[in-house]
Design a protein around this ligand. Structure first.
Ligand code: AFP
Length: 343
């Protein structure tokens, strides 16, 4: 008598959880879900794979680019941040999930071309954050956030759809292109991290339910700006790096790419900040596609995100490329910084 082996449901999948599977599982838990959000997210995931692949070849393309204007495949060598911007726009615009987009690389709102349907979501992104790191092979990233549209369904989106506060974000996240590529995102309840397996070509859940430590031992700030800061920020930095009987001095780590500095802060704890200074009177980082999405992720992981006075997620944006000071990270560390900043 022959025995039939079961290939039915298994308790634990031997292949792990892909980003797509994770999104579909969550979609099934929401009775009202139409699949639009999952569709949009899949397009963002695809863009992340394409950008990640190009980032990993950036050094090679750059070297070959110096010998002429084309690479070995005969392609034009493009600036990577422009390439990343075009990749996201072209992956998302025809999907029918979005009515308008905002990008760090583009002055005006990005309209959906007339031939495509206008969806119910609004996408904002910084296609390649920390692009100054490209030439030195250090980590860079993509940041994104998704809102519901405010204008009537089916019509082209407007600037009003883009100027929404962070507390109305539906989902936000980032992709870090580093020693491995990771996509980290949240819809508000938890933060999940997926590591890209280049052999398979998929993001796999590797860091479920990330929680930021209550306190860390790292501060992350461009200390070269010390002499341009308000005296209260100088006092805080003097305090945090000076050992005291009850605590060790904090370590300084600063990569110069917000995604990389905040990714470390999320996993290890501590604080990342970019306060205002005499050169950047309203701060340097952009509210809509840098500070707000990262604040949403940090808060969902149990952290704190402030502009020095207000919760970043409560700032009502007035301009597309508005800047803001930023203090983000472990709640106890951000509370310490704010105590000094508001003394
Ligand atoms: P780039 O994308 O122009 O390199 O800017 C990166 C960034 O917006 C952010 O990711 C960094 O945290 C911050 O600027 C670094 O700024 P400083 O070079 O002034 O420290």
């Amino acid at each position: 008598m022959s025995r039939t082996l079961s290939i039915g449901p298994v308790k634990e999948s031997p292949i792990g959880t892909t980003l797509e599977r994770h999104l579909l599982d969550r979609q099934r838990c929401m009775a009202e879900a139409t699949g639009d959000f999952t569709g949009l997210f899949q397009q963002i995931g695809l863009a992340a794979k394409i950008i990640g692949s190009r980032v990993s070849k950036a050094g090679l393309l750059g070297i070959l680019g110096r010998t002429g204007t084309t690479n070995v495949q005969g392609e034009q060598v493009q600036k990577l941040d422009e390439f990343a911007n075009r990749t996201i726009v072209s992956t998302v615009e025809g999907g029918g999930h979005v009515c308008i987009m905002g990008s760090e690389e583009v002055e005006d709102p990005i309209a959906i071309p007339p031939q495509y349907p206008k969806g119910k979501y609004v996408l904002q992104f910084d296609p390649l954050d920390g692009s100054g790191n490209i030439d030195i092979n250090a980590s860079i990233g993509t940041i994104f956030s998704i809102h519901h549209r405010l204008t009537p369904d089916g019509e082209p989106g407007t600037l009003r759809d883009l100027l929404q506060p962070g507390y109305d974000i539906v989902a936000a996240g980032y992709v870090i292109y580093g020693s491995s590529n990771m996509l980290v995102y949240s819809t508000g309840e938890q933060v999940d991290g997926f590591t890209y397996d280049p052999g398979v070509g998929e993001f796999f859940l590797s860091h479920p339910k990330i929680r930021i430590p209550e306190r860390g031992d790292i501060y992350s700030i461009n200390e070269g700006n010390y002499h341009n800061w308000d005296e209260r920020i100088q006092k805080w930095v003097d305090w945090i790096k000076t050992p005291a009987p009850e605590r060790k001095a904090y370590k300084l780590r600063y990569i110069g790419a917000m995604v990389a500095d905040l990714h470390r802060t999320l996993l290890r704890g501590g604080i990342f900040c970019y306060p205002q200074d005499v050169k950047n009177k309203r701060g340097k980082l952009r509210l809509l596609y840098e500070a707000s999405p990262m604040a949403f992720v940090v808060e969902a992981a149990g952290g704190m995100a402030s502009d020095g006075t207000n919760r970043i997620l409560e700032i009502q944006p007035k301009e597309l490329h508005q800047r803001t000071p930023v203090f983000m990270g472990s709640p106890a560390d951000v509370a310490d910084a704010l105590r000094f900043a508001n003394a």
